[in-house]
Write a protein that binds this ligand. Sequence first.
Ligand code: CO
Length: 498
Amino acid sequence: MIEEKLKELKEYIKDIYKTMGALEIIYWDMQTKMPRKAIEQRSEIIEHLSGEIFKMTTSDKMGELLKFFDENVEGLNEIDKAIIKNARKEYDETKKIPEDRYRKFVVAQALSESAWEEAKEKKDFEIFKPHLKKIIDFQKEFIDYLGYKDNKYDTLLNKYEEGLTVKKLDKVFGELKEGIINILNKIDASGKVVDKSFLLGEFNKESQEKLSKFILNKMGYDFEAGRLDESMHPFTTSFGNRDVRITTNYNVPDFTSALFSCIHEGGHGIYDQDIPDEFQKTGLDTSLSMSIHESQSRFYENIIGRSKEFWEYFLPFAKYEFKQFKDISLNEFYEAINCVKPSLIRTESDELTYSLHIIIRYEIEKALINGSLDVDNVKEEWNRKYKEYLGVEPSNDSEGILQDIHWSDGSFGYFPSYALGNLYGAQMLEVMKKDYKDMYSDITNGNLSGIHNWLNENIHKYASLYSPSEIILKVSGEELNSKYFIDYLEKKYFEIYK
Ligand code: CO
């Protein structure tokens, strides 16, 4: 009986995730290939499929199956228990939201994304503003359905990391901000100026693509189970472990922009390609939290991709593609890609000031959701915070408030996971260095498979079986500790800036 019911439940869940897979392909197409005029017709398809998923997730059949397992979980293995727990959570949460409101939100989301693209292109926040208002109203409405304890924003944080609260984040981000500002002040006092002018110029797209693909291959990203395309905002999407796609945005005048975004998305991609078959279409086939996912992409992008050892191997290949690097030494190159300069664009910022971009977004989101900040004033608040924290002011909306896609699709509560990813990654590095003594000499030889294996063994293969706090405890023997990341930054930047 239990066997049969379990099979029935898993088949049913699989059907839901198959439909979701179809929807994901449609979203991927929307961001990479779709002609702009198609948006209204496309949103009808999205609405229909989302509605189907909604119905299945909250159906009577699902309710009955889950009820059966409320009383019959004894003897099930760890994975089956996790699958049921996840389906139960989806069922309970989705049930609280009225279907027609959800469908309306999905349509608003698609239109808003498209308006954001247009607004960004035209550098005009006014085009996007009414959509942003709508999206935020939906967030507030959904929080009312779902409920909250201390802070409304907690409900949104929990979408990306279970158990995360404003209280916890205020503490972690407070420590992080203090640590970063302390390093920034010392860099300022050092008076050292790093030249990174040679990273700007003309870098043709074909060569950028060639170099990026070469590095992705070395990292272990499997092009037979993935592909690299172009989109306005780089992203990774998975339709199963044998079809994990990444995108980038080539910027001809800037060498680093597409390159580091490829390494970043490659880190996400490898993770999803590594998820074992047994987790596919179960609801557990990605990491349980976005910050653990981000820890992998940022690990590759910064800890590996901005290390001297990495470029000891890859610089000759970059020199082969781009003549302007001919006389640049490894040390000059290494310092240039790690040059600290407070700037406007999050995705192009240095590793040190990056987290300040996140803290700004976190503070603004919190205020928008709790009602202490209005969409009408959000642009001014954005510009004010950039001036205060980073000392820079956007000259247009595109390099200011319109730079990120996240608010257009309603991903409020997502940004903090980027900064947390940095913290998780640095903590993992400490353990990896102990476990894997030849790590840095292997990187120097262009051999990145040891890193991939370690991450697979310790993180990827568990998919979302464990929560972020469980996985970091399992890996490092302690809870998340911002000390490791701050130590890592100090060591790196005090060496560069003496
Ligand atoms: Co990412």
